[in-house]
Design a protein around this ligand. Structure first.
Ligand SMILES: Nc1ncnc2c1ncn2[C@@H]1O[C@H](COP(=O)(O)OP(=O)(O)OP(=O)(O)O)[C@@H](O)[C@H]1O
Ligand SMILES: [Mg+2]
Length: 172
């Protein structure tokens, strides 16, 4: 199925994703989700459902990294000079050891127990970002937390194409 690229309100996508996942988020004990959404953002040309999927995967990972609870912060901005959006998802969780940071976007790379994760979440995020002509960065400090930053150009370089979902990535 080919996806639809259309202009969307970036913040609205974030808010709708949080509403969509609210029943799940409510079961995340001691996890607070904070938002800091930039003002007057121009429209983002994107395939909405893909951005939703990417955010859900990042939220799920953030939750998994905080078994004793913590804070997830979601931050959006538009950089008019660079003509690109930034989305940051930060957590106060376990952090990602430097040695494995290069591998986390590889399909099937997981540090989770068998049955807990397939290692596809971040490879899907990576695919979504690349399909929109964007970049993704990770910053992490052991036991302090992790921040993923996604940069998306105002208008995509190439038309993103939805791929069939590799699996029912379904804990939401
Ligand atoms: N926010 C995070 N904090 C700490 N480690 C993380 C975080 N996000 C990802 N990781 C690490 O990167 C690995 C790969 O993440 P990815 O989302 O691709 O797979 P997964 O979460 O293990 O499984 P799945 O997403 O398929 O359920 C994780 O197993 C974990 O080690
Ligand atoms: Mg994951």
């Amino acid at each position: 199925m080919r996806g639809q690229v259309a202009p969307h309100d970036f913040n609205e996508i974030i808010i709708d994703t949080l509403l969509l996942t609210e029943p799940q988020l409510k079961t995340w004990l001691n996890v607070n989700v904070l938002t800091d959404l930039g003002e007057n953002l121009p429209p983002l040309f994107c395939e909405r459902i893909q951005i939703v999927q990417a955010l859900i995967n990042l939220l799920t990972n953030a939750h998994d990294a905080m078994p004793n609870g913590g804070e997830i912060s979601i931050h959006t901005r538009y950089d008019a000079d660079g003509k690109r959006f930034a989305l940051q998802v930060s957590d106060t969780g376990s952090g990602i050891p430097k040695a494995i940071q290069k591998k986390i976007f590889d399909p099937f790379f997981t540090t989770k127990e068998v049955g807990q994760g397939t290692g596809l979440g971040l490879s899907i995020v990576f695919g979504v970002v690349k399909a929109h002509g964007g970049e993704i960065e990770v910053e992490s400090a052991p036991k302090q937390g992790t921040t993923f930053t996604i940069y998306l150009p105002k208008e995509p370089i190439q038309k993103p194409v939805s791929e069939p979902r590799a699996k029912n990535h379904g804990r939401y």
